[in-house]
Design a protein around this ligand. Structure first.
Ligand code: 13P
Length: 249
């Protein structure tokens, strides 16, 4: 059995004061002990989050392609994130692929850098609306995963999490239906299984894209959906708490 993971991606949200209040609220939630929970605050709030949260893991939203120290102004390395108390890092979020032009090769390099510093990468994949309408959803996300397998090898996936986030469902209120999401999750697991069945069966594949408490239970009931990567709803501790509870059922 794969242990569910519910993670909150806070994106570029929150003042220090707001984040402090959110952390206090999260720290007082009664969490089911059958679910792993993580949050991904902005860089300036990582140390605070790691300090305040006892039962919730902390991750960063991005890392440099270089794992160690380097002359790379504005970048943050996985080594520094680990040192700041992070245990996870998102790589390849569609907002970075889109806004920062991150290619599959860059994402694969970040995946490798994260693992070499002892972080668990959460590899985000997803198709645009246009790609879905062209019938290319599964082809697109499979290639995004294959690019990492080519660089890092399939065994590296054993120590990672996959997040399927259809671009058209992010921040739009349009959640993929449980059937649509399950279809892609199953295809991703099958694609990994072509390289290693053991890695595929153990791999957690979480869904992201307008997950709310109201839609969480049905999504998480799907065979290949092992939790969620939650954006907007994770900024509300009650809503996020209800999503975590749904994953524990
Ligand atoms: P929303 O839940 O706000 O759609 O964001 C999803 C997401 O991008 C999580 O990484």
């Amino acid at each position: 059995m794969r242990r569910p993971l519910v993670a909150g991606n806070w994106k570029m949200n929150g003042s220090l004061q707001q984040v402090s209040a959110l952390l206090a609220a999260l720290d007082s939630l009664a969490l089911p002990d059958t679910v792993d929970v993580a949050v991904f605050p902005s860089m300036p709030h990582l140390i605070l989050a790691a300090d305040k949260l006892k039962a919730i893991a902390v991750g960063a939203q991005d890392c440099s392609v270089q794992a160690g120290f380097a002359a790379m102004t504005g970048e943050t390395s996985a080594t520094q994130l680990k040192d700041a108390g992070c245990s996870l890092v998102l790589v390849g979020h569609s907002e970075r692929r889109e806004l920062q032009g991150e290619t599959d090769d860059v994402v694969a390099s970040k995946f490798v850098a994260a693992q070499s510093a002892g972080l668990v990468p959460v590899l985000c994949v997803g198709e645009t609306l246009q790609q879905r309408e062209q019938g290319k959803a599964i082809e697109t996300v499979t290639e995004q995963v294959e690019a990492v397998i080519r660089t890092a090898g399939v065994d590296a996936l054993a120590n990672s999490v996959l997040a399927y986030e259809p671009v058209w469902a992010i921040g739009t209120g349009l959640t993929a239906s449980p059937e649509q999401a399950q279809q892609v999750h199953e295809a991703l697991r099958n694609a990994v299984a072509c390289h290693s069945d053991a890695v595929a069966q153990g791999l957690r594949i979480v869904y992201g894209g307008s997950v709310k408490a109201a839609s969480a239970a049905e999504l998480f009931a799907q065979q290949d959906i092992d939790g969620g990567l939650v954006g907007g709803a994770s900024l509300d501790p009650d809503e996020f708490g209800a999503i975590i509870v749904a994953a524990g059922k």
